[in-house]
Design a protein around this ligand. Structure first.
Ligand SMILES: Cc1cc2nc3c(=O)[nH]c(=O)nc-3n(C[C@H](O)[C@H](O)[C@H](O)COP(=O)(O)OP(=O)(O)OC[C@H]3O[C@@H](n4cnc5c(N)ncnc54)[C@H](O)[C@@H]3O)c2cc1C
Length: 360
């Protein structure tokens, strides 16, 4: 333990995603930390599309919480209520807190254990391998990266990507969208913009778009985003701290508005910036610093301030290329690809959690 005073304070972190896992890891030798997550592992989300074409990739990017949190009490259950000093989980576990960090970015509805998650990737890989034609619904970063992975690893497959918006990657600038579109179409991915597909009405591999087009595909992948993990907060003491979009309103110190001992981090917050993992990590480090200060009895006025970041993104396109937007500059091809696309920051993220970048 770095400090024995902090050990008596109980910090409860709800959500073991990008932000929650890092704040727990940073504080675990400083205070009594409890992590409540609905699954037993942390997943490096930006490696998930590679794991669909190469399932063994997930062995490094799906990490049991126990591996990097030896000094944290991990509770695998879904939090369902928060009072002024306790958190209640779906399994009836009541955990007291002095400080609370809410980091429930997105709801995970899939696998609860690492073994199940690895099996899911093997099943997805088998679906891709056995299909001649694949439909991807959604042209945000997830859909574009998946199309890129399949186009590079399985160039013989016919891939169709349908996107409701008028351009791919709407969260970045028009140039980046055009470069991603050019890259995909030059690898024979058919991109249909301005239309949607209702997956539920598909029959016998025939899908109808909102524009009346017919697409035949042996399988499909829905890449339209996971639901936000904040609806449950409406039944808690934080109900009045949610904005009209269901985001948790936080102040400059990332403290939930109206609650002195509750912090909010990651995608769930109303911080005015794009919702990205590297920013969720920054939130986590600011809150860890602020909690250390408060636990040590420091002045609130000394807390670190979080400044929203300008837009920056790297979207990988297969194993070697990427398109990047850094402020107003857009670059595509091998140079941004060298930064992200080979290892997808898996080694770096593992090191940040105190693990070896490679297994074994
Ligand atoms: C496919 C994909 C690729 C991406 N690529 C990139 C990228 O290249 N670069 C980048 O910066 N960002 C990327 N992102 C975005 C990044 O993953 C998110 O910004 C980041 O995950 C947000 O972190 P978070 O901790 O706020 O939420 P999450 O990572 O969503 O974690 C939330 C956690 O809370 C848990 N949870 C939810 N509700 C409850 C509850 N009631 N009780 C207990 N636990 C709960 C969930 O199980 C989950 O573990 C990508 C996202 C996806 C999906």
């Amino acid at each position: 333990m770095e400090d024995l005073e902090g050990e008596n304070k109980r910090v409860v972190v709800i959500g073991g995603g990008v932000a929650g896992s890092l704040v727990a890891k940073t504080l675990q030798n400083f205070a009594h930390v409890v992590l409540i997550d609905s699954k037993e592992y942390f997943e490096i989300t930006w490696a998930s599309l590679r794991s669909m074409v190469e399932p063994s990739f997930a062995e490094r990017s799906v990490i049991n919480h126990a591996e990097y949190l030896p000094n944290t009490h991990v509770i695998v259950s879904t939090a369902i209520d928060i009072t002024d000093n306790e958190v209640l989980t779906a399994q009836g576990c009541i955990t007291a807190y002095d400080y609370l960090v809410v980091a429930t970015g997105h709801k995970d509805t899939g696998a609860l254990t690492k073994t199940e998650k690895l099996r899911e990737y093997q099943a997805e890989h088998a679906r891709i391998k056995s299909a001649n034609s694949i439909l991807i619904v959604g042209g945000g970063p997830t859909g574009v990266e998946l199309a890129g992975e399949i186009a590079v690893d399985f160039p013989e497959k016919r891939v169709t990507l349908v996107h409701r918006g008028s351009r791919l990657l709407e969260f970045v600038g028009h140039r980046a969208s055009r470069k991603a579109l050019y890259w995909l179409t030059s690898r024979k991915v058919e991109v249909i913009l301005g239309q949607s597909v209702d997956i539920t009405t598909a029959s016998d591999g025939v899908y109808l778009t909102s524009g009346g087009e017919t697409i035949t595909a042996d399988c499909h992948f829905k890449c339209t985003g996971k639901p936000m993990g904040s609806s449950w907060l409406k039944e808690t003491i934080l109900e009045n701290s949610l904005d009209s979009h269901g985001r948790l309103m936080v102040d400059a110190n990332l403290r939930v508005k109206g609650h002195k001992n509750v912090f909010g981090i990651g995608d769930i917050t109303d911080v005015p910036e794009t919702k990205q993992g590297y920013l969720a990590e920054r939130h986590a480090l600011v809150v860890a610093k602020n909690l250390k200060l408060l636990i040590m009895g420091g002045q609130e006025s000394g807390m670190a301030i979080y400044r929203p970041a300008p837009p920056m993104a790297i979207v990988s396109l297969g194993r070697r290329d990427a398109v990047a937007q850094i402020f107003c500059i857009t670059i595509s091809g091998r140079i941004p690809g060298m930064v992200k696309s080979k290892d997808l920051f898996v080694g770096k993220t593992r090191k940040q959690l105190g693990l070896k970048s490679n297994l074994g």
